[in-house]
Design a protein around this ligand. Structure first.
Ligand SMILES: Nc1nc2c(c(=O)[nH]1)N[C@H]1C(S)=C(S)[C@@H](COP(=O)(O)OP(=O)(O)OC[C@H]3O[C@@H](n4cnc5c(=O)[nH]c(N)nc54)[C@H](O)[C@@H]3O)O[C@H]1N2
Ligand SMILES: Nc1nc2c(c(=O)[nH]1)N[C@H]1C(S)=C(S)[C@@H](COP(=O)(O)OP(=O)(O)OC[C@H]3O[C@@H](n4cnc5c(=O)[nH]c(N)nc54)[C@H](O)[C@@H]3O)O[C@H]1N2
Ligand code: SF4
Ligand SMILES: [Mo]
Length: 764
């Protein structure tokens, strides 16, 4: 690339910040926020600058490698593809299709090429033993959306730029920059909200960076959010504060919810939550009495023992107070590529519990089993045991509970392949590592996070660097493997038509698909006169047909979709290329009832599976409240899950992988500043420096995830020098939310004690 400025979207987290990369003599001279990006308006976080480090990292693999007795050996791509396809095919032939397991990690969803190629890849692998980061993350949101709105990725998004009250429970957007809420510059947006007289309320077991901006903050005992939220629901009904607003005629079963909440009075839950009954009532009243308000929950409330119920109740609270589909409150987005509508047209709304995992009988969600049961499926002998494994852009050894057990499982596999550009804690167990191009060598379009943004927005970025002939994009790797697997399954040859299809796909790649989807999407072409002629018929179809009738799909196609009529038109890939800073498509808008995908066109406030899970919540409430030490996670703005620790500029400075603990607990346990503590549960233990702080609720300790780079045989030199320890080496993989199978990453009990080095212990 010549000297000059390259504009693109930072792909590292969900915030989609625009960056302006200054190039000089073929190198990155600087990375700054793109002031002209309509969504992020110049905001970036410190990680954006590390895009340069990632690109230039000498530890990043550039060619396939194979594990041999004499260490890792480079391979040619063709040879590597054949080896992997042979091994996977062989395993499948000998032990059946479920003997191959697949784990898809988080960076896949930041990569449109991977997303497009994943479907044929998974089809070619054919296994039911699929796992992903979803069950360590947003699974409860997907279940609530599926059950209540009829589509697993139709999430209501806070209209933060227009709200007057933002209640933030179990999220720390000041560090994470938002999740299921693409919100670059959270701080600036909150500042503007406060300028309008708005208020920020935070509920969290830690006084987080976000809490420090709050007008009101409440500590909450980890894992008790479902009780808090139920008591808020109770208050709304008891004080006659329910007002469904625009969703009124759509909502059903509010009375069932009222009945379900009867026993959960604010007084009854106060001890368990650690929040006074009056404070709970006040929260409910504030939400009810502020017309433009949004109650938002995330990781802290989803990855815990009652994450399913808590997430559902958060949706219910917004609906009961008229916050759904209201400007300034919670709205559905209208992205330029509307995967929700496209999925629905193809009959893909999502599904849950259609089959159950072999070992523990856990339900699938969207075709995946919980990540917490991955090791079970690999280690437990019998028919259907996983013997070969594929990881794509994932590091489950550090990101899934009981990482050590998972390592033991991976090390016993007959064959493992990882699509990843680092030799890390997970990929070191692979027999072959296939490294894709780095992000700056590929084009970028945020298929997923455009759907969750606080404004409708579209942006395409061209590759900055030429990938070179000896490299492969993720999509090329996945398609190539899929193609070779299909050929082997069909006895070495595919019918000509199918073969031509594969070749065409490999030839054009994902970007022409983007173009097609943009042109046929909500902001695509405008049929003008044609629409005038057919619109009455279309409107009739939409009014008469049941919500899931196949003909509706046809009527939904742009430009015939009447809801899309008023939207600006003319979006296509060339149009986005002409606007490299991105195109603002306007604020979020009300979209009900058309945006609902439930069979009956209604919003179900009391789905049966949630009501059934309430017995467990009653039992929990019946137990006396405890104050035993429980562990929660945390994120830091300079860290990104497990994989940005090889950038010196991000890890330098104070050690951030510490055990945070309240002074009261520290003194009770004899811990002082400068000490190390052993944190353990059953036989699992790690050692970390302690950080004593009043920011933590007494009875709660906190460790960030994604560290633990001290394993032998990894290839990330900077990360190894800042190893930390993995919280997931303490967390149990037995503890899941039984409702949906999400890992309990917050609220597991742990023991903490002073740790002394061996030498000192002997002397003592
Ligand atoms: N205890 C605890 N555990 C957690 C969490 C927590 O809060 N607490 N958070 C959970 C959450 S929300 C998530 S999303 C997961 C994340 O869990 P994972 O997705 O399993 O792990 P990451 O740390 O994101 O690792 C990403 C991997 O992808 C590789 N990679 C990066 N970019 C690319 C690319 O473009 N292509 C390919 N092929 N590979 C790439 C990196 O080298 C790295 O190996 O962790 C979860 N684990
Ligand atoms: N800098 C940075 N940004 C990131 C990431 C990263 O690793 N680093 N990861 C990205 C990913 S993959 C995701 S999914 C998002 C996540 O985005 P967020 O959900 O905003 O992330 P967290 O910082 O984990 O926030 C969870 C909060 O819940 C609190 N908490 C823990 N247990 C409980 C509980 O029982 N109840 C309540 N009410 N709160 C609780 C924690 O103290 C913490 O403040 O961040 C994304 N952005
Ligand atoms: S917040 Fe930071 S990491 Fe996230 S997209 Fe923006 S610049 Fe990138
Ligand atoms: Mo995540």
């Amino acid at each position: 690339m010549e000297n000059g400025t390259h504009y693109r979207t930072c792909h590292l987290c969900e915030a989609m910040c625009g960056v302006a990369i200054e190039m000089k003599d073929g190198h990155i001279a600087s990375i700054k926020g793109d002031e002209e990006d309509p969504l992020s308006q110049g905001h970036i976080c410190p990680k954006a600058v590390a895009l340069k480090d990632l690109h230039e990292d000498a530890d990043r693999l550039r060619k396939p490698v194979r594990r041999t007795d004499n260490g890792w050996q480079e391979m040619e791509w063709d040879e590597a593809f054949d080896l992997v396809a042979d091994k996977l095919h062989q395993t499948r032939k000998e032990h059946g299709r479920n003997s191959v397991g697949v784990y898809l990690g988080n960076p896949n969803v930041h990569n449109h090429g991977s997303l497009v190629a994943t479907m044929p890849f998974l089809r070619a692998i054919g296994t039911q033993n699929r796992f992903s980061a979803t069950s360590n993350d947003q699974l409860p949101h997907m279940l609530a959306s599926l059950e209540m709105f009829g589509h697993q990725v139709l999430f209501p998004i806070p209209d933060i730029d227009n709200t007057d009250l933002f209640i933030c429970i179990g999220a720390n957007p000041m560090a994470s920059n938002g999740s299921l809420m693409t919100v670059p510059d959270f701080r600036g947006r909150i500042k503007r909200m406060k300028g309008r007289g708005g208020k920020l309320v935070v509920v969290d077991p830690r006084r987080t960076e976000t809490a420090k901006l709050a007008d009101q903050f409440h500590f909450i005992r980890p894992g008790s959010d479902a009780l808090l939220l139920m008591a808020m629901v109770h208050t709304l009904f008891a004080e006659d504060l329910v007002n469904l607003g625009p969703a009124e005629h759509l909502v059903k079963d509010a009375d069932l919810l009222r009945l379900a909440s009867l026993a959960f009075t604010p007084e009854a839950v106060s001890q368990h939550t650690g929040i006074a009954a009056d404070e709970i009532r006040n929260l409910a009243r504030q939400l009810a009495s502020t017309p433009k308000a949004a109650l938002y929950t995330r990781m802290g409330t989803s990855t815990q023992a009652f994450g399913g119920v808590a997430t559902w109740l958060a949706y219910c609270l917004n609906i009961l107070t008229g916050k759904l589909d209201t400007p300034g409150a919670m709205l559905f987005t209208q992205p330029a590529i509307d995967l929700v509508t496209l999925g629905a047209m193809a009959g893909q709304h999502g599904h849950f519990g259609k089959r159950h995992s072999r070992v523990k009988g856990l339900p699938e969600f969207a075709g995946e089993y919980p990540a917490s049961t991955m090791a079970d499926e690999i280690l437990t002998p019998g028919e259907g045991q996983v013997r070969a494994f594929v990881t794509v852009a994932g590091n489950p050894v550090l990101s899934s509970p009981n990482g050590k057990r998972l390592e033991q499982a991976f090390s016993g596999l007959e064959f493992m392949v990882s699509v990843d550009y680092y030799l890390n804690e997970t990929t070191r167990h692979a027999d072959v590592i296939l490294p894709p191009t780095a992000a700056l060598e590929r084009s970028h379009y945020d298929l997923i996070f455009s759907m969750f943004a606080v404004r409708n927005f579209a942006k395409y970025s061209e590759p900055l660097f030429d990938a070179g002939p000896d490299s492969r994009h993720d999509w090329q790797i996945l398609l190539e493997l899929a193609h070779r697997l299909e050929k082997r399954r069909k006895g070495g040859r595919l019918p000509l038509r199918s073969e031509l299809g594969w070749r065409a796909f490999k030839q054009v790649g994902p970007d022409p698909i983007l173009d097609l989807l943009l042109r046929t999407g909500p902001y695509g072409s405008d049929a003008g006169r044609v629409r005038g002629l057919v619109q009455p018929a279309i409107d009739l179809v939409m009014d008469v047909l049941p919500t899931r009738h196949p003909l509706r799909g046809l009527a939904n196609l742009s430009p015939l979709n009447r809801r899309w009529k008023a939207l600006p038109k003319g979006l296509s890939l060339p149009a986005l290329k002409d606007n490299p800073n991105g195109v603002d498509l306007g604020p979020l808008q009300p979209s009900l009832p058309d945006r609902l995908f439930t069979r009956d066109g209604r919003i179900n406030l009391a789905p049966r599976l949630y009501l059934q899970d309430l017995d467990r919540l009653h039992e929990h409430l019946a137990q006396p409240a405890t104050d035993t030490l429980v562990l929660i996670g945390r994120r830091h703005v300079r860290s990104n899950n497990s994989w940005m620790h090889n950038s010196q500029r991000l890890v330098k400075g104070k050690d951030r992988c510490t055990l945070m603990i309240h002074p009261k607990d520290a003194s009770r346990l004899g811990l002082q500043a400068g000490d190390s503590a052993e944190i353990s549960a059953e036989t699992r233990k790690i050692v970390l420096p302690v950080e004593i702080t009043e920011d933590l609720m007494p009875g709660v300790v906190s460790i960030p995830h994604g560290w633990g780079h001290n394993r032998q045989g990894t290839g990330q030199s900077v990360a190894a020098a800042h190893a930390g320890a993995s919280i997931n080496d303490v967390l149990s993989d037995e503890q899941i939310d039984p409702l949906v199978g999400t890992s309990v990453l917050n609220g597991q009990s742990v023991t903490v004690k002073v740790w002394r080095p061996e030498r000192q212990r002997k002397r003592a």
